[in-house]
Design a protein around this ligand. Sequence first.
Ligand code: FEO
Length: 397
Amino acid sequence: MKKLVAGNVSWVGKVDWELETFHGDEFSTHRGSTYNSYVIEEGKTVLIDTVWAPFAKEFVDNLEAEGLLSKLDAVIAQHAEVDHSGAMPELMRRRPDLPVYCSANGIKSLKGHYHQDWDFHPVKTGDEFDLGNGKKLVFVEAPMLHWPDSMFSYMTGDAILFSNDAFGQHLATERLFNDQVDQAELEEECIKYYANILTPFSPLVKAKIDQVLALGLPVSMIATSHGVIWRDDPTQIVKKYLDWSQSYQEDRVAILYDSMWNGTRTLAEALARGISDASPSTTVVAHSLSKFDKNDALTDVFRSKAVLMGSPTVNKGILSAVAMVMEEMKGLKFTGKKAAAFGTYGWSGESVAVLGTRLKDAGFELVDDGFKALWNPDPAALEAAYEYGKRFAASIR
Ligand code: FEO
């Protein structure tokens, strides 16, 4: 249902309380999400983005019930990923005459998804759409934030930046604004979203923010496509993005591991004790990758200054849960982080070397050759792991 954002701008999106995973099963969404769509009713009536396909009929029916469907003069498709363009086929079926404004890459992507030849109007950075009443939308292409077609739209007068995915978070809420939700939950979802989606594009994040800030435009609100709208100190999230985009790290160590018969688990616990005792200011977190959520683990990698990856040797390699997360860590292109590997073994014992190579390939700086223990760690091996944890803490100061 329509909710007032400011002036003649309203939210007409969808709150998805049931969403458990996003991007297929790649991203866990413990708190659901929203697909934010906005309508501007000035001299012209313009829709910005739509919602995910399962809600297409509900979305367009709502537009009709609000008397908006027949009033629309244009739709701005800021990004063609299906969570925002999924209702386009239903919308265009019922309003085939509607002009579609998007980036040139947006046309390619929308055609690729829906195989339709809608009335496309490509826009570039600096192009404007006259809304009437002395207001306009100014478009800013934002390639790779996070798709090649992504773009922002800035509304003059009301000074609202429609940022699409950037500055968003997967947080289902009936509240529209950042000051109306639990701040700890909001922060948690923002950093998880950045860590798991935007980290590979960090250099572009910084460049784009610098470019937008250089325009010196007033910004009263940042209206994202997921989660809340930033109206209370809206640039706070921009400052966070600048911080996060520059090899972000806290005084934190993430231990990620999997274990077959608890040997590598006991090493992880001894390492955690060693690091904590040697460096009381450091927060140490351990994640069993086969038991707990990988996106939460990756968020902790993002927040950490160093990582310990653990696996026993199996079939001359590493356990699949660890291999899967290593693959994601490589793709996310973390920078400026130190690392080492650990694990138990019974026969050949390749896992620590395999993990070391993969950590290096993923851009981590190895502090040494890692720590390995033969068979099930006995008290002496656990003491050695504890001491290794202390040395590791010293090497990452
Ligand atoms: Fe929210 Fe890139 O889609």
